[in-house]
Design a protein around this ligand. Structure first.
Ligand code: FE2
Length: 308
């Protein structure tokens, strides 16, 4: 399950550059719609739950662009919220030095960033990124994103009209100028720049940690998955609830692994009966025969037996 990350500040915190109405619509309607569609299309494609970055790379070349577009828009927007701050600070010294080297100082970067955004035809995103310690500036069209491009984004500005039209009408240059001067989050950009140098720790899309289940690669992990599925089953999780999503993710992984797995049976921590019933549910799920809302209902009442 891909989540809609909350805004990192109150929805009125960026006014007057971006009004509360704009932020509520942009986050609560536009961003949410991308997240909801991405979740629906991922389920339709029968792709297992995975980090958003991994899903984007998986479908990047798919002829049907719908899932890529919605995943990429979900990612771009979540990143964009972090690129703004109600209380911006100047770039850290190492980033300021890189800006000097690449753009002859902050004024040069400001002019180049705004120019890139103003000249960008149609909808898209203006990016400041780092690659091998050097800064680069570019824009992407529509939903296109930076995942898989071997660079680390530092800042992005949304130049889709829905980002600024209520506050600045068609004056994209005014939006970009005010965005740069009053909202650009150099603290975040500096941390991204440092992460690029360190090769780790760059921002990633927040996980639905409760629901994410790693692929199963061995009998021990398989047994754990069956055990947890059994415990959740006994709690009768409601579909769509946190527990329900976790159970759903476990069934996905069990379905992936179960065809080659030997029975756990009495030797394991779950009973043979529960093992059989969970595998049957996973198999039905794999075959696409289950009603999404009721796919575990035949299992309710399952038991769990602990050994030793
Ligand atoms: Fe947007």
């Amino acid at each position: 399950m891909i989540i809609l990350p909350p805004l990192p500040y109150p929805s009125d915190a960026l006014a007057p550059v971006l009004s509360e109405v704009t932020l509520r619509l942009h986050h609560g309607k536009h961003h949410k719609a991308y997240v909801d569609k991405a979740n629906a299309l991922r389920a339709e494609a029968n792709l297992p739950a995975a980090p958003v970055e991994q899903l984007i790379e998986t479908v990047a070349m798919a002829p049907d662009r719908r899932l890529f577009n919605n995943l990429a828009q979900a990612w771009n927007h979540a990143f964009y919220w972090n690129c703004m701050s109600p209380r911006p600070v100047p770039p850290n010294p190492r980033l300021a030095s890189a800006i000097g080297a690449a753009f002859a100082g902050p004024d040069g970067l400001r002019a180049a960033f705004i120019d890139e955004g103003v000249r960008h035809f149609g909808s898209g995103w203006v990016w400041l990124a780092a690659q091998d310690g050097r800064l680069i500036l570019f824009s992407t069209h529509d939903a296109d994103t930076v995942i898989g491009r071997n660079l680390t984004p530092l800042l992005v500005c949304d130049v889709w009209e829905h980002a600024y039209y209520l506050d600045h009408q068609n004056d994209r240059a005014a939006y970009l100028g005010l965005w740069w001067d009053r909202l650009a989050n150099w603290d975040f950009a500096g941390r991204q720049f440092d992460a690029e140098a360190a090769g780790t720790g760059a921002w990633t899309y927040p996980h639905d940690t409760e629901a994410y289940v790693a692929p199963i690669h061995g009998t021990g992990a398989f047994e754990h998955a069956l055990e947890e599925a059994g415990m959740l089953l006994a709690l009768q999780p409601a579909p769509g609830s946190e527990r329900g999503r976790r159970f759903d993710a476990l069934l996905h992984r069990i379905a992936e692994y179960a065809p080659s797995a030997p029975p756990v049976g009495q030797a394991g921590r779950v009973s043979a009966d529960l093992d059989r019933r969970i595998r049957a549910a996973a198999a039905r799920r794999r075959a696409g025969r289950d009603d999404e809302d009721h796919h575990w209902s035949p299992l309710v009442g399952g038991d769990l037996r602990r050994h030793g």
